[in-house]
Design a protein around this ligand. Structure first.
Ligand SMILES: NC(=O)C1=CN([C@@H]2O[C@H](COP(=O)(O)OP(=O)(O)OC[C@H]3O[C@@H](n4cnc5c(N)ncnc54)[C@H](OP(=O)(O)O)[C@@H]3O)[C@@H](O)[C@H]2O)[C@@H](O)CC1
Ligand SMILES: Nc1ncnc2c1ncn2[C@@H]1O[C@H](COP(=O)(O)OP(=O)(O)O)[C@@H](O)[C@H]1O
Ligand SMILES: [K+]
Length: 489
């Protein structure tokens, strides 16, 4: 059984799915007819009256546009159609669909044409676009701003694999209709902001092709990891839920948030190691925390001699003293113990990232934001999704690249895109909470990839529950509400 319950397709996988369907007896024309019909249906549901301007490109995306135009015209809509190349140059199914269009074809447009239309159908290029949009298409995109725009497959100008705008401009859709399964780019920013409402249309491609394709990228969802989350029961005591250790350093707030988050997400016990002088502030944070004051470095090594302490977090508020490197080494020494490295515990290796990677193992999770990521992987200059794939392979462990579309990658190529994080998570301390949550799930024995994906998902849900204006500590409390709802279902 595949791990991937919520697959997202690469552009290449989409073409292969298309081919499987055709080999299975559904013709390309039938697929195109259904795709265009789905687009026409979405246009009709827009409840905006007036002329529809359909922009058709040179490939199959344009073919879908011709189908939609025909069906809209047949149902009584006024339709104006633009084609980007001469009709004789069209080929395959797109050429066939163009033949069936009975209206006239325009080969150039002015801003006036856009002003006169109530709705624009963007069928210029699909997810497989590989070159920047030409100037005339960028003008079309600019003239469509503020209008109802229905994009076919992907707003033209955007890569379906990376979600990036290729070149200097792209359409901004109010709705995007895609077929069979979403492509990875649909869920990545900035594409996600260009897509508007996403509509997934069934065009008759059998899902059995996914067994052959085995897509490596998934949308984050409980379906990916809920079966490995432990639940409470009569025969489990606190040690069954693990003992997390949080390293507290120069800034106590970060480690305190992380420690509370580890407890809230279900760790049986949480111990904080902190400078002796800070003992009281940790102890007063919560009577549930076990606080161990330390007088000198090397304290983690002693603390971790207890094998039951099975997960450790170093980084939030750790500071940049040499002591932190030593504590990371102690934390990573036993490959049976899970380790989360965040913030300072990552930055401190920026001079020699290979030293860090040599310490990483299958139970290690690194949680950088973009800035920390750049320090560890300065040579990776592609899109975030391409970069994190390489990063996880190089580090040999799970990497979480945080952001509005956080990515979770494993060295074997599995990759999860998170989609539930509200923008108000952009606030100091929320990353510390996340690191604590990952550590708390690891303490409960959840495998590293699933622990990272589940933590990121609960983090997003908690932020939605806490609402705009929340502080990082509100996020910690919201974990309780979200867990209660999740496990009571
Ligand atoms: N199951 C499915 O997947 C189904 C998919 N369907 C539809 O098919 C669409 C994918 O079709 P597609 O491969 O033909 O891609 P599309 O983007 O239409 O055209 C690319 C062509 O444009 C040309 N070209 C010119 N300028 C370019 C530029 N700047 N950047 C890139 N290319 C440029 C380029 O030719 P080149 O000059 O490179 O030789 C190339 O020939 C998909 O989005 C969906 O709408 C449905 O019909 C039903 C089933
Ligand atoms: N615009 C955004 N939309 C949604 N989530 C965001 C956004 N910006 C940041 N986040 C999330 O907020 C958290 C910030 O973490 P981080 O940068 O480490 O902050 P800190 O170190 O202050 O805790 C991460 O989980 C990240 O995914
Ligand atoms: K398009």
């Amino acid at each position: 059984m595949s791990w991937n319950k919520t697959p997202l397709l690469s552009v290449e996988e989409m073409y292969l799915a298309d081919r499987f369907a055709i080999q299975g007896g559904v013709s390309g024309r039938t697929l195109m007819e259904r795709a265009g019909a789905a687009v026409a249906e979405v246009v009709q549901s827009c409840r905006c009256e007036g002329q529809v301007l359909v922009l058709c490109g040179p490939g199959n995306n344009g073919g879908d546009g011709f189908v939609a135009a025909r069906l809209l015209k047949e149902s009584g809509r006024e339709v104006k159609l633009f084609l980007s190349i001469e009709q004789e140059k069209l080929s395959g199914d797109a050429s066939f669909m163009a033949e069936r269009w009975s209206g006239s074809i325009l080969y150039s447009l002015s801003q006036q044409d856009f002003n006169e239309s109530a709705l624009v159908v963007d069928a210029l290029f699909g997810a497989g676009l590989s070159r920047p949009l030409e100037k005339r298409f960028r003008d079309f995109a600019a003239w469509s701003v503020g209008k109802e725009v229905v994009s076919v497959d992907m707003p033209s100008g955007i890569s379906g694999d990376t979600g990036q705008v290729i070149g200097a401009g792209a359409f901004v859709a109010s709705r995007t209709v895609t077929f069979f399964r979403k492509k990875t780019g649909h869920l990545l920013f900035p594409a996600r902001a260009h897509c508007g409402e996403m509509i997934l249309a069934d065009i008759g491609i059998d899902k059995s092709c996914l067994d052959t394709l085995e897509p490596k990228v998934a949308e984050n969802s409980p379906a990916l990891w809920q079966r490995v989350l432990p639940d409470v029961s009569f025969d489990k005591h606190k040690y069954h839920f693990g003992h997390a250790v949080i390293y507290g350093g120069e800034m106590s707030g970060a480690a305190r948030l992380a420690a509370l988050a580890a407890l809230r997400v279900g760790a049986g016990l949480v111990t904080v190691s902190c400078p002796l002088a800070d003992r009281q502030i940790y102890a007063l944070t919560s009577p549930s925390l076990i606080v161990e004051g330390r007088e000198q470095s090397g304290a983690l090594e002693t603390l971790l001699m207890d094998k039951r302490k099975n997960a450790v977090l170093v980084g939030p508020g750790a500071g940049s003293s040499g002591e932190v490197i030593a504590e990371v080494r102690s934390s990573a020494a036993d490959p049976d113990r899970a380790v989360v490295l965040d913030a300072d515990a990552l930055s401190i290796f920026s001079e020699d990232p290979d030293e860090l990677f040599a310490l990483c193992h299958s139970k290690t999770v690194l949680t950088p934001h973009d800035g920390e990521f750049r320090k560890l992987f300065p040579d990776l200059k592609q899109s975030r999704i391409e970069n994190i794939r390489t990063a996880a392979r190089r580090a040999g462990c799970i990497v979480v690249l945080k952001g509005a579309d956080s990515l979770i990658a494993a060295p074997d190529g599995r990759l999860v895109i998170n989609t539930n994080a509200p923008f108000w998570l952009a606030k100091g301390g929320t990353g510390d909470v996340l690191a604590g949550m990952v550590c708390g799930l690891l303490a409960q024995g959840v495998p590293a990839f699933e622990a990272a994906a589940a933590a990121v998902w609960f983090h997003g849900e908690a932020a939605k529950f806490a609402g705009r204006g929340m502080l990082a500590e509100d996020l910690v409390f919201a974990i309780k509400e979200v867990s209660a709802g999740f496990f009571n279902k």
